[in-house]
Design a protein around this ligand. Structure first.
Ligand code: A3P
Length: 338
């Protein structure tokens, strides 16, 4: 479907929302009219969104009221969401949880502490009350910049965007889909789709550029752009960058006390992946509209290898050439390199 058709479709959805609210006929009528990939993904304003999460996306766009103090973590799925949720939570709340032996991250997966607004909150039936979240409110989403609510785009709330080398991101996504969704798609089949832009919240490059462009075009939005690989290589440097961006820099006393290391250690792959809650827990929403979420997703599926460069174990020379060519073409002239 052309972009034109797709966007006229979305404005029809929004008009419908004005009249009916997000969780009624719109769910069946408008969402069902969007182009589909095997009914699981819907093409909404140029991005492949899980069909079951569309009511939540529409409600989030319409009802969410951003505050200037809000912090929004945005990632394409499998770019390190679980890790960065933990890091941001530990960083922002470090004065509340001084005793690391009692830290909430030891008994909760980070997804339970930093919800995805569209998936975990607005996908439920009612317009939620978000006043109970402590300030600064810390939320997450996988949505591209273009699909964020106007209240976010028009506010000076802070966005931390994290992306990952597209090759590693693809490999991680392929494993996750096969494990969690029990799909049996071959690597080659999913790779072909990924290259054609058909992947969760994809096209991947459009997602990345949607957050990169406002930065290089010097738009007012406050966005910190990070890569998974940078954080792996220089965690201290980038944790300090994040803290400064969020206006909670480390004090000289904290530097001396080793607070930075404490946070990095608490959120490290080895530590989090070996906690009971993450080894055996399930991410479950009894009232969710999606069967998978009702049955529960193993927390362990969010922890696989936690390294950079695993793609070399999966890519043939032809796959490498094809994706390199796309990356070169899509990011040419943008200053972004992977
Ligand atoms: P791999 O599949 O390459 O191992 P998301 O959280 O967005 O779903 O991303 C999952 C990816 O992040 C997986 O990558 C997972 O292993 C990795 N990951 C999870 N926790 C991590 C951590 N604390 N540090 C580094 N990587 C982590």
């Amino acid at each position: 479907m052309s972009t034109l058709q797709s966007s006229s479709c979305s404005s029809a959805i929004l008009e419908h929302l004005e009249e009916n609210g997000p969780h009624q006929e719109c769910k069946d009528v408008c969402i069902s009219s969007l182009p589909k990939e095997k009914s699981q993904l819907s093409l909404y304003d140029g991005y492949w969104i899980p069909t079951w999460s569309m009511p939540g996306v529409l409600a989030f766009q319409k009802y969410f009221q951003a505050r200037e103090t809000d912090i929004l973590l945005v990632t394409p799925p499998k770019a390190g969401t679980t890790w960065f949720k933990a890091i941001l939570f530990a960083l922002v709340n470090r004065m509340r949880y001084l005793d690391l032996q009692e830290h909430p991250l030891l008994t909760n997966i980070s997804h339970a502490l930093v919800p995805l607004l569209d998936v975990d909150i607005y996908n439920k039936k009612k317009v939620p009350d978000l006043n109970s979240f402590a300030s600064p409110r810390l939320f997450a989403t996988h949505l591209p910049f273009d699909l964020l609510p106007t209240s976010v785009k028009g506010s000076s709330c802070k966005i931390v965007y994290v992306c990952r080398n597209p090759k590693d991101n693809f490999v991680s996504l392929w494993h996750f889909m096969n494990r969690v969704y029990s799909t049996t798609n071959s690597l080659e089949e999913d790779f072909d789709k990924f290259c054609r832009g058909v992947s969760l919240y994809g096209p991947y490059w459009d997602h990345v550029l949607s957050y990169w462009k406002p930065i290089i075009e010097k738009q007012a939005q406050k966005i910190l752009f990070l890569k998974y690989e940078e954080m792996k290589e220089q965690p201290t440097t980038h944790l300090k960058r994040i803290a400064e961006f969020l206006e909670c820099p480390f004090s000289p006393e904290e530097d001396a006390k080793g607070t930075i290391n404490d946070i990095l250690q608490l959120c490290s792959f080895d530590n989090l992946s070996n906690l009971d809650v993450n080894k055996s827990g399930k991410w479950r929403f009894p009232e969710h509209n999606n069967t998978l979420f009702r049955q529960g997703i193993d927390h362990a599926s969010f922890f696989r290898k936690g390294n950079s460069g695993d793609w070399v174990n999966y890519f043939t020379p032809q796959m490498t050439e094809r994706l390199d060519h796309i990356i070169e073409e899509k990011f040419h002239g943008t200053g972004l390199k992977f």
